[in-house]
Design a protein around this ligand. Structure first.
Ligand code: SAH
Ligand code: SF4
Length: 350
């Protein structure tokens, strides 16, 4: 089986590979151009590479690395969810989100997730394995290619799909460095957001490494008792430690941090909790994003009413905390990340 992952190799590593294959180093630049500028999905299209090299590539590196199993388009065309299959047969989800002024891809960082958040389909299904850097970049390339075919350009990347990116730190950073490389896709760091459930050592490391990317924290509750019920990781890293790490991130990077608050009907959407959230975040250079829960198959919880979300927002705005409401997209294409794969697994079980 072919084992090289071209999309996980930076230009220097590709040069090294060319030298190992007794090819001139400039072939790496040509290959890089085909991958990241021309976005080709087939070795045969790389016509300035000698046939021998193309054959060698085909024998040693699957291309593209991930195969499309299924895509689902939202009825209004605003989003596409793709189920992609890795070489070992594992499947992951990647979502394309089209907005008037930008086109975003939401990528997965792991197959499944070990953190078991109650509201999340991925968490409910457990952890299988980390994704490689190549598999993360391959999701970005898939989206860039699909959008280009529509005459659109990929502008933003969010690590908000399946998995916890800060528990797969090295691979996530390698992937980010590749997609930011100006010689390749050249994605601007400001157009990349990483979301975490609150892995404190990872947040500190990200602050230290200062890649320039944006950070989002899944908050979902303003106190430890409730948050631990929603995000079990809170027992290991309580809110005070998360907030301290966020302070460090802001002071090292000067970047505004986003707090995501998934609103669950009757669980975390009361005005009292809105006041508590305002208190918790007072004085932080941040922004809050309120998101109605997408129902999952294994939980009876429902998203909050529009009224509850608006009331919650009003309290935060009153406290001068910038707060937006994320418009739900693609709900009819099986909602949040992890749910398409989950559905497929359930179908297999039948
Ligand atoms: N593991 C990371 C990133 C992936 S989850 C994290 O937890 O932040 C990305 C976001 O989707 C998180 O804020 C998560 O809480 C949210 N999410 C998970 N399941 C959801 C659901 N059913 N409805 C709405 N948002 C959900
Ligand atoms: Fe994992 Fe994030 Fe889902 Fe929690 S919300 S289970 S951390 S993917």
């Amino acid at each position: 089986m072919s084992s090289l992952e071209l999309s996980g190799m930076d230009l220097g590593q590709l040069r090294q590979q060319m030298l190992e294959w007794q090819q001139p180093a400039y072939r790496a630049g040509q290959l890089y151009g085909w991958i990241y500028k021309s976005l080709v999905a087939d070795y045969s299209a790389m016509h300035n590479l000698p046939a021998g090299l193309r054959a060698q590539l085909a024998a040693s590196a699957s291309w593209p690395l991930l195969q499309v199993v299924e895509t689902l388009d939202a009825a209004d065309g605003s989003s596409t969810k793709a189920l992609l299959r890795a070489a070992d047969g594992q499947t992951i989800e990647t979502v394309i989100l089209r907005y008037p002024e930008r086109n975003t891809v939401c990528i997965s960082s792991q197959v499944g997730c070990a953190l078991g958040c109650v509201l999340c389909a991925t968490g409910q299904a457990g952890f299988i394995r980390d994704l490689s850097a190549g598999e993360m970049v391959a999701q970005v390339l898939y989206a860039a290619r699909a959008l280009r075919q529509e005459g659109r350009q990929l502008t933003n990347v969010v690590l908000m799909g399946m998995g916890e990116p800060l528990l797969n730190y090295e691979a996530a950073c390698q992937a980010l460095n590749i997609i930011m490389d100006p010689a390749g896709l050249g994605m601007g760091a400001r157009r990349i957001t990483l979301s975490t459930a609150g892995v404190v050592p990872g947040i500190r490391r990200l602050a230290e490494d200062n890649l320039g990317i944006k950070l989002a924290i899944s908050l979902h509750a303003p106190n430890d008792t409730l948050r631990a019920q929603l995000i079990p990781l809170n027992r290991k890293y309580p809110l005070a430690s998360v907030i301290a790490a966020v302070h460090e991130f802001i002071s090292k990077t000067s970047r505004r941090v986003t707090f995501e608050y998934v609103m669950v009907d009757g669980i975390n959407d009361s005005p009292a909790l809105a006041y508590e959230t305002a208190e918790l975040l007072r004085g932080l250079f941040c922004h809050v994003n309120l998101i109605g829960l997408y129902p999952t198959e294994r939980s009876a919880w429902r998203g909050s009413s529009d009224e509850a979300i608006l009331d919650f927002q009003a309290v935060l705005l009153e406290a001068r905390i910038p707060t937006t409401i994320r418009v739900r997209r693609g709900e009819e294409i099986t909602g949040g990340c992890g749910q398409l794969r989950f559905r497929e697994l359930s179908d297999d079980d039948d």
